[in-house]
Design a protein around this ligand. Structure first.
Ligand SMILES: NC(=O)c1ccc[n+]([C@@H]2O[C@H](COP(=O)([O-])OP(=O)(O)OC[C@H]3O[C@@H](n4cnc5c(N)ncnc54)[C@H](OP(=O)(O)O)[C@@H]3O)[C@@H](O)[C@H]2O)c1
Length: 343
């Protein structure tokens, strides 16, 4: 339970793209209050200096992160909106100070440190890793409620797993040979500029990247395997799309029998998400990034063609893929309805 009537929230890395979105959700949240924003020495100052849109709404300045300063805010929850490796260097001290944490990076998403180390870097907090709960509310709500450390899922894994999990669990598609074709808007890469993201490079330019080696592949496989109890293997192919935000997956899978129809898959998805407030199973309308932009929804639809089952899913990478999902997790952690302050 929070120390006062409202959940006191601190953001670390609040000047980043996903952190900025969290600020906007927290401003409208009836039971939460932003009490501090912290960042690195290179990124300090009033929040409306980073985002002029926040003038006259957020008086806070981003201060230099130290665990002591965060603890002094009397926060109930810290959201770490910082890159991987940085997050796990902060988590132990924050937890020692008695703070609950939602980490948005990959540092606590892969349960096996050896898998993490294969895809990222040496893991420096195995104790935290052993306790972390994977924060996909549609599947792990009960564990999230009592968690002290939640690993907020990646945007691509959220989009792909929500579409695939019920269909795999129902045995309608094979757990191998699944192809996930995905696109992301450019905010998925964060706020730091690189040549690849420079306007002349990106404008009017749609291209694949990370062929066979994107770091979200093991997270997708781990999560689907955990949810379905089957060893799941996917070929995940991401693409960069010249739009600010949004994510779309087109997923191709082999049906387990000739009789599997799009209607069977749709019925299975509808049953799985009947009580999930932020998953919409679409019929007669395929998911599109504009249908979910600015919201915490993930839209899903099923089709069948040329002997394959095809699943489509779309979400806003900065919201259901990051900040909105984190608020949904926060709501569960503090005993609120998971939809509080979200739409
Ligand atoms: N963008 C998305 O769609 C998305 C989706 C899902 C998950 N995530 C995850 O969410 C986290 C934030 O992503 P983002 O897109 O908002 O990235 P971002 O725009 O690059 O923001 C990251 C923020 O963290 C700050 N930071 C970097 N090193 C730090 C340190 N040592 N101490 C404190 N703050 C530090 C950055 O400051 P500087 O600018 O000075 O480096 C920046 O303000 C990442 O872990 C990312 O993987 C993002």
């Amino acid at each position: 339970m929070p120390k006062s009537s409202r959940i006191r929230v601190v953001l670390v890395g609040g000047s980043g793209y996903a952190g900025f979105e969290a600020i906007r959700w927290l401003l409208r949240h009836p039971n939460a209050e932003l009490v501090g924003v912290f960042g690195p020495a290179s990124e300090l100052g009033p929040m409306d200096g980073f985002y002029p849109l926040l003038s006259k709404t957020v008086a806070l300045a981003q201060e230099l992160f130290t665990p002591d300063k965060v603890a002094a805010t009397q926060a109930d929850l810290v959201m770490l909106c910082v890159p991987h490796k940085v997050a796990m260097s902060y988590v132990p001290a924050l937890r020692q100070a008695g703070l609950r944490v939602i980490d948005w990076s990959a540092d606590y998403r892969l349960a096996d440190a050896r898998v993490y180390e294969k895809w990222y870097c040496p893991h420096t907090d195995p104790a935290g890793l052993a306790e972390a709960v994977y924060g996909l509310p549609e599947y792990f709500a009960e564990q999230i409620k009592s968690a002290t450390l939640v690993a907020n899922p990646g945007c691509y894994p959220t989009c792909a797993v929500l579409a695939l999990a019920p269909v795999l669990r129902a045995g309608l598609i094979q757990p191998e040979g699944i192809v996930i074709n995905a696109i992301t808007g450019m905010s998925g890469a964060g706020r730091s500029a690189s040549l690849r993201d420079h306007y002349p490079e990106r404008n009017e330019n749609f291209e694949p990247y990370g062929v066979g080696n994107h770091r979200h592949s093991p997270e997708i496989e781990q999560t689907l395997t955990k949810i379905t109890g089957k060893q799941v293997s996917v070929l995940f192919q991401p693409h960069l799309c010249p739009m600010d935000r949004g994510m779309l997956c087109s997923i191709y899978a082999e049906p387990t029998g000739k009789g599997v129809t799009a209607a069977d898959v749709t019925t299975t998805l509808q049953a799985a998400y009947a009580k999930a407030p932020f998953v919409r199973v679409r019929t007669g309308l395929l998911p599109a990034t504009k249908h979910v932009a600015g919201t915490n929804f993930c839209d899903i639809a099923a089709e069948a063609a040329k002997g394959k089952v095809i699943l489509f899913s779309a979400l806003d990478n900065l919201i259901k893929g990051a900040s909105g999902q984190a608020i949904q997790n926060m709501n569960l952690m503090f005993g609120l309805d998971e939809t509080t302050g979200l739409y």
